[in-house]
Write a protein that binds this ligand. Structure first.
Ligand SMILES: Nc1ncnc2c1ncn2[C@@H]1O[C@H](COP(=O)(O)OP(=O)(O)O)[C@@H](O)[C@H]1O
Ligand SMILES: [Mg+2]
Length: 377
């Protein structure tokens, strides 16, 4: 049987790894792109906040927001010889926002926006703004890159699917009726505080409420003023993004860990993706404890009796963790059916170099298989 991720590689030109923070999204994204190149498809991975050592392994030291070709010597050192080139980049949020403004703002507004204090804190000020900019970049990359497969990593989202909502939120923010109050001359002149305005409980109100002090308000009012008129561009892009996400050739790879707290999030995430009619190629359950092999028990039985208890204790602990994971995996498989699950073991060391990425890819591709502990249900 073809592994679901191998099939996803064959059928898609965009794969997006999603899931909660720390589960292995960046690792899986880099692994998929590496394997695609090994198999003969030029690939590009756009990572977000990769671990420093992984960034180094991909040759991304100081090249924020630049697409970088991974050189043959780098692969050779890892004992790999890909059949197609692999590109990598590290998404720089601030740089990408600047590019959006440079592309979209009228020339006389550009500098004013770029120097605006509210704008400069935009990525932290506006919820969903990181997600928005990741989607912007994806659209741009898909339009300009010749890579057969682009793999997009996503930011550690506080709320599931923030990135789907992000373009709409930005639009909502720019469009919002109540935000227009900010453009009133009185407020722009800094004469009144925000309390005068009834902004209700809208998203824009919540964002604005984080800002106090006339100076920041002034900056926000200026920002809104400069941005007004650019909404059409944003709206068009929001449609393009949505179309790309829904395209036949785009699939999501949901990454999770086997621990109970992760599972609930993963099931929720999966439900949302399906409700949004987005294709989920597979759920990758990462860092699974493998069941203890019979041969290991046999080995311990052959040890001197004085050593046996300590080793048995370790094996029992491992067995316990493997069973716990097995129970979670069974529950997840049922909740996400018919989406297939792909299991990746917990490795002893972090996955921070090309060789270990390739080792990981063997599980994603189905060359190696991890059987979950069989549990009575
Ligand atoms: N199967 C695994 N076994 C061991 N370590 C792993 C495994 N998968 C990921 N890691 C490590 O876990 C850390 C978090 O992974 P990362 O891909 O950065 O997560 P995320 O992008 O979801 O925040 C990294 O240091 C990575 O090398
Ligand atoms: Mg990450």
């Amino acid at each position: 049987m073809t592994s679901p991720l191998r099939r996803a590689y064959e059928e898609n030109s965009v794969l997006i790894t999603v899931g909660s923070g720390g589960v292995g999204k960046t690792t899986v994204a880099a692994t998929l792109a590496l394997r695609a190149a090994m198999e003969g498809t030029a690939s590009l991975v756009c990572t977000i906040d990769p671990a420093k050592r992984l960034a180094n392994a991909l040759g991304l030291e100081a090249l924020g927001n630049q697409v970088t070709r991974i050189g043959d010597p780098v692969f050779a050192r890892a004992g790999l010889a890909p059949r197609a080139p692999m590109d990598a980049m590290m998404l720089d949020m601030k740089r990408t926002w600047d590019e959006v403004i440079e592309r979209r703002a009228p020339p006389d507004k550009r500098e004013k926006i770029l120097n605006n204090r509210f704008y400069q804190s935009l990525s932290t000020a506006l919820a969903g703004s990181q997600e928005y900019v990741a989607m912007e970049k994806l659209c741009e990359l898909r339009a300009t890159s010749s890579a057969g497969l682009i793999v997009l990593d996503t930011p550690p989202t506080a709320h599931a699917l923030d990135f789907l909502d992000a373009p709409n939120r930005i639009l909502d923010f720019l469009d919002n009726e109540s935000a227009k109050w900010l453009l009133t001359p009185a407020l722009a002149a800094g004469k009144f505080g925000l309390k005068l305005f009834n902004l209700g409980g809208s998203y824009v109100a919540k964002t604005i409420a984080r800002f106090t002090g006339t100076e920041t308000l002034q900056a926000l009012a200026d920002f809104m003023l400069h941005m007004s008129g650019m909404n059409e561009g944003f709206r068009e892009r929001a449609h393009q993004t949505r179309a790309l996400l829904e395209a036949q050739s785009t699939s999501f790879v949901l990454v999770t860990g086997p621990m109970p707290d992760r599972l609930d999030e993963a099931v929720y995430f999966h439900t949302l993706l399906q409700q949004n009619k987005l294709r989920v190629a597979a759920v990758v359950v990462n860092r699974v404890h493998a069941p203890v092999a019979d041969s290991l028990w046999a080995e311990v039985a052959r040890l001197p009796p004085s050593l046996q208890p300590a080793f048995e204790k370790t094996l029992k602990e491992n067995e316990h963790l493997a069973r716990q994971d097995g129970r979670g995996i069974a529950r997840l498989a049922e909740a996400c059916a018919p989406t297939p699950l792909v299991l990746v073991p917990r490795f002893e060391a972090d996955v921070h170099d090309l060789a270990s990425l390739f080792e990981t890819s063997r599980y994603l591709w189905g060359d190696a298989r991890l059987e979950a502990a069989v549990v009575a249900r």
